[in-house]
Design a protein. Structure first.
Length: 395
């Protein structure tokens, strides 16, 4: 005779490890993986600080995204301890997790003990519909989407790379997007700069970009800098807001070296890409966690080896490929998912449809990133050498 539901739960609780809320409270900051197996509405009403959300019905398909290390200690909880017991049994007996426990009494007993409950800001009904596909991804979810909504990203350039990056970051819900560009829309731009339209020829690129981005997502705040980035204003632009990430769509070496030095000093990660002809490259420069741009290029290459797109041309769809890869890296950095391209250079060759990855190591003698930013005085911040002369000499 089959056991009743209550009997089955009693049997399962006899086969798993349970832990008291008092012990869990002491473990919150000790690297244990806390997993809430309740439904989304329950989780959003309040959860344990730092808990990851994996609904019981999606446990088998989503737990690896939330807890990829099967040897890590995992504590599951629900409302009263029953669903988490079933989930713990599944993880330990069927999915190979080595140290799994269920919290006795669930969040109900946790609250009764007077312990802290974290209540996330709820997305509006419209936001839940707009970002519904993000909410289904364990690596993003409601928490990751809120991080995107709270984030600020600075785009350097509203051209070939900046166009697709701006479109998709706006669509993804990045709350504030800054755009630096002093150019106007030209007919020759429209072959690749897809954020602009024919009827906007002669319009400021930052105004044109804003119009398209807000048409996609009216919640996005656009901060416009209709200026050319240079030594005289880079610190003002980079400190205009607390930018989480800078997207480098620049087309010249002098400004890229300038950007590198400033972002290393300010500790702002840069997602950098470049394109030429049928070739593109991409990397993430995260200050003091990986190499900087100078580690990759100690000196600029000779001019004949690095012609501009205007001189050598570019395949119209290539900026879309590389700009979307940039947008992907930005989202990963903001939500904390995956492995960003820190210390790696990704090369794309469109004619052969090949990707090549190269390791880039940090230069211990780098004149910029080998220094402790705390050692740089306020007087040094924003003071840069003559980059035009520097690059001319190197070429």
């Amino acid at each position: 005779m089959s056991p009743s539901g209550a009997e089955l739960i009693r049997q399962i609780k006899g086969q798993i490890n349970e832990v008291d809320p008092a012990e869990v409270h002491d473990l919150v900051d000790d690297g244990v993986a806390l997993v809430d197996v309740r439904e989304t509405e329950e989780f959003n009403s309040g959860h344990l600080p730092g808990a990851r959300h994996v609904p019981r019905g999606y446990l088998e398909s989503r737990i690896e995204g939330a807890v990829p290390d099967r040897s890590q200690r995992v504590v599951l909880y629900c409302a009263s301890g029953n669903r988490s017991a079933l989930a713990a049994h599944t993880l330990s007996q069927q999915l190979g997790y080595e140290h799994v426990e269920s919290m006795t009494g669930g969040i109900t007993l946790w609250k009764d003990r007077g312990y802290e409950v974290e209540v996330p800001r709820a997305l509006t009904t419209e936001q839940r519909e707009r970002y519904s596909r993000h909410l289904l991804i364990p690596e993003v979810g409601a928490e990751g989407q809120q991080k995107l909504l709270d984030s600020s990203v600075l785009l350097l350039g509203a051209g070939g790379l900046g166009s697709p990056a701006a479109l998709y970051l706006a669509a993804a819900g990045v709350g504030t997007i800054g755009i630096v560009d002093n150019d106007e829309v030209d007919l020759s731009n429209l072959q690749r700069q897809v954020i602009h339209t024919t009827d906007r020829i002669g319009t400021s690129k930052v105004d044109s970009a804003e119009e398209t981005m807000r048409a996609i997502n009216p919640d996005v705040r656009v901060v416009k800098f209709p200026t050319r980035l240079g030594a005289e204003n880079i610190m003002d632009v980079l400190q205009a807001r607390a930018w989480d990430v800078v997207v480098d769509g620049l087309d010249n070496f002098p400004t890229r070296y300038l950007l590198n030095d400033a972002t290393v000093r300010l500790g702002i990660p840069v997602v950098s890409a470049s394109i030429l002809g049928f070739d593109g490259q991409l990397s993430v420069f995260k200050p003091h966690e990986g190499p900087c741009y100078r580690c990759l290029y100690p000196v600029p290459p000779p001019v004949e080896l690095a012609p501009s797109c205007g001189a050598n041309g570019v395949l119209g769809v290539l900026p879309g490929t590389m700009g979307l890869l940039q947008a992907t890296e930005v989202v990963k950095l903001i939500v904390g998912a995956g492995e960003p391209l820190v210390g790696r250079l990704l090369l794309y060759e469109a004619l052969g449809a090949t990707f090549t990855e190269l390791k880039v190591r940090r230069d211990p003698d780098c004149p910029v990133c080998s220094r402790d930013p705390a050692e740089i005085s306020d007087e040094e911040m924003g003071v840069f050498p003559d980059y035009e002369a520097f690059c001319a000499a190197a070429g």
